[in-house]
Design a protein around this ligand. Structure first.
Ligand code: CO
Length: 135
């Protein structure tokens, strides 16, 4: 249950080569990418394509210690990595999920867009890593 409703923010795709993936997606989607951003805390470089109703986010590891590096070790060609849902009340929603037994991966952080966010454990969410992103 999400207190203020739920919306799709973005779909995250892990890629081994960010520049090559950006060029490919820009050509195939006909949409210009936003700027490449670095999230030191999560050890990723990322770029988003704004499709209007939601974004596609391409991410690649900054370091070998990045969780995305571990994902790419299992999926060398990349693939769907996470689904990000917009939350109107992040703390209330995280509390409700935790109360229902869904594990929240660490305390909320701040993403490169300045929004507070936290991940829900994929094993508790149909096998999908879910990012909850505050407004
Ligand atoms: Co994301």
């Amino acid at each position: 249950m999400m207190a203020g409703g739920v919306r799709l923010s973005h779909v995250g795709i892990a890629v081994p080569d960010l520049e090559a993936a950006m060029a490919h997606f820009a050509a195939r989607l006909g949409v210009a990418p936003g700027p490449v951003r670095v999230n030191e805390a999560q050890g990723v470089r990322l770029v988003q394509f704004d499709l209007g109703n939601a974004c596609v986010e391409l991410l690649s590891p900054l370091t070998d210690q990045s969780p995305v590096a571990a994902f790419l070790a299992r999926n060398p060609r990349g693939g769907l990595h996470h689904l990000a849902l917009g939350s109107a009340d992040l703390d209330a929603d995280l509390g409700a999920h935790e109360a229902a037994g869904v594990r929240v991966l660490g305390p909320p952080g701040v993403n490169v867009f300045g929004k507070r966010m936290a991940f829900l454990h994929p094993a508790d969410m149909l096998g999908v890593l879910i990012e909850l992103e505050g407004d």
